[in-house]
Design a protein around this ligand. Sequence first.
Ligand code: ATP
Length: 366
Amino acid sequence: MATLEVADLRKQFSIGRPAIDGLSFAVPAGEIVVLLGPSGCGKTTTLRCVAGLEHPTSGEISIAGHVVSSPERGILVPPRLRDLGMVFQSYAVWPHMTVRQNVIYPLKHRKIARADAGRKVDEVLELVGLSEYADRPVVALSGGQMQRVALARSIVYRPQLLLLDEPLSNLDAKLRLRLRDDLRVILKQTGMTALYVTHDQAEAVVLGDRIGVMRDGKLLQIGSPDEIYNRPADLFVANFTGATNELIGTLVERSGGFGVVDFGDGRRGEVALLHALNLGDKVRVALRPENIAIGKQDGVNIFPARVVDRRYQGTQTVYDIDLFGRRLEVLELGTAARHQVGVETSVSLPREGCWAYRDTGPSSYD
Ligand code: ATP
């Protein structure tokens, strides 16, 4: 049984369109599910509904098999009875207390015997790497350490479900990466079930056993990082997870999971079909910058192109190329910028990395 089940959840605030619009997903016991999406897509509202801090308009939320929210059935369990841990963007720690006092606080409320509580606190401080800071006032810690205290305080009583809302976004870039990697190890060591929301795709991939991509209050796709990255369900998911290049054409052949797209002027290329398309459909083909190879002469989908700009970034170089009159971005790893601006060259587009979707009108990349 999944620890968290959300079924057809809706939240309509007094103004605007629904913040959550028919959301259904489950977080199986011991899994980390990340809700990923742009600002305003409804991630935080979803988390707040699960926590009981927001009252859904309709739909059902169950935790460990118990319905905690169902407006239709008149059920609304208050937050403190949902057995949750929560970690937010801001470090919710008590500034006048030491690390140990902060972390032991939830155990005092749960009437845990003092010796047991002390042992649990020691264990969890060890887990988050703060043992040697136990008796420091929290105000004498760095941001990353404070967020570790907040995490320790949320997991010390072993809640059934941990909710995390962009917990890394107030940290500087280096700390963010470190804590991101540590967080996954810590959560996996505790075997905790977690729902994590972020707009950062790299965070989602590192942390999530599964990722749900949201837009406008709806879940577009939920799957493993590999599914989300290598078989995006639609153009938005492809774009949002980094396939920022698009070519436009018409589907002229179809066979199994692949097809042929006419890009105009007799230029045809092989593409992967990740959803049902009909012959004659106008399509947009999404491509990751790192999947395009410049200067390759053999294989399928070799086309002439021109390098129009390049940005050397040390360990990688980003090129802008002109292909079929569209500007595409290409990313090449390595410390050498190999291609000159202005050269006519050839590019190769691997067909597994050319994902064709029905063209439903201009996108943000036009
Ligand atoms: P962010 O990453 O910026 O926090 P989000 O994906 O978490 O974004 P939400 O905060 O869940 O998005 O907001 C979803 C939508 O609901 C937005 O359009 C927002 O303006 C709206 N919204 C949120 N809270 C309220 C409120 N109290 N009253 C009216 N509208 C609200």
